[in-house]
Write a protein that binds this ligand. Structure first.
Ligand SMILES: Nc1ncnc2c1ncn2[C@@H]1O[C@H](COP(=O)(O)OP(=O)(O)O)[C@@H](O)[C@H]1O
Ligand SMILES: [Mg+2]
Length: 233
């Protein structure tokens, strides 16, 4: 059984009288422990696909099985529950709270999950240590470099011990040296903790660090650099 199995997933956005097909029959299988990237031009549907993969949104049609469970028709609460248990997110803009320190940023998902204070602190510190920032726990985001801020965001994604980390343009705001360092952190976590990584990138150099590259164009799979193309009608 694949960790992720999407079958002919389509997403149509309805804005007033206009409907826009953002995803058009995407079928993908992703195994536990894969390290892959998604590439495609702006507007091709990458973020829409990531939102569905991350249970932030549901497809208009088609099926999405996560760990064998059909998650294509969950309501908001059920989606949140799946996200809390299985998925960590990393965004291009880091999305850290400016007024609280690294530790408190990392603790946030646990606060939402209702974890007790002492456990929260221990898990948060452990996550920061995993990304090499154990000694920066009390720094505010403004006191950290861009690469360090993104590491804090990764620590926050790790704190719930997710099976999957989804990263939408995680290196988009970083220079190329910092991007490679970040990719090394991702790779290490993938190897040591068997976390499945799926990241969107525009940067072929970043994609080169991954084992599999899925190319999306106009909401369709254009190429899958490891497996063959699957198409649906
Ligand atoms: N919430 C939304 N409502 C309406 N249209 C949307 C929405 N989100 C994205 N779109 C449209 O869907 C298409 C795919 O968008 P997106 O998934 O963000 O592409 P990418 O991440 O590859 O740039 C684009 O044409 C975009 O304008
Ligand atoms: Mg996008």
């Amino acid at each position: 059984m694949s960790l992720i199995a999407m079958e002919c997933v389509s997403k149509i956005y309805q804005t007033g009288a206009v409907s826009l097909v953002a995803l058009d029959g995407i079928s993908i299988s992703i195994e536990a422990g894969e390290f892959l990237s998604i590439m495609g031009p702006s507007g091709s549907g990458k973020s829409t696909l990531m939102n569905i993969l991350g249970c932030l949104d549901v497809p208009t049609s088609g099926k999405y099985f996560l760990d064998g469970d059909d998650v294509s028709k969950l309501d908001r609460n059920e989606q949140a529950e799946v996200r809390n248990r299985k998925i960590g997110f990393v965004f291009q803009g880091f999305n850290l709270l400016a007024r609280v320190n690294a530790m408190q940023n990392v603790e946030l998902p646990l606060i939402y999950g209702g974890t007790a204070l002492a456990t929260r602190k221990a898990h948060a510190l452990n996550s920061l240590q995993l990304v090499g920032l154990g000694d920066r726990a009390d720094h505010l985001p403004s006191q950290l470099s861009g690469g360090q801020q993104q590491r804090v965001a990764i620590a926050r994604a790790l704190v719930n011990d997710p099976e999957i980390i989804l990263a939408d343009e995680p290196t988009g705001n970083l220079d190329s040296k910092t991007s490679s360092e970040l990719m090394a952190v991702f790779r290490q976590l993938n190897k040591d903790r068997k976390i499945t990584f799926i990241m969107v990138t525009h940067d072929p150099e970043v994609a080169q660090h991954t084992d599999r590259v899925i190319h999306i164009r106009d909401g369709k799979m254009a190429d899958d650099e490891i497996r063959g193309i699957t198409s649906c009608n």
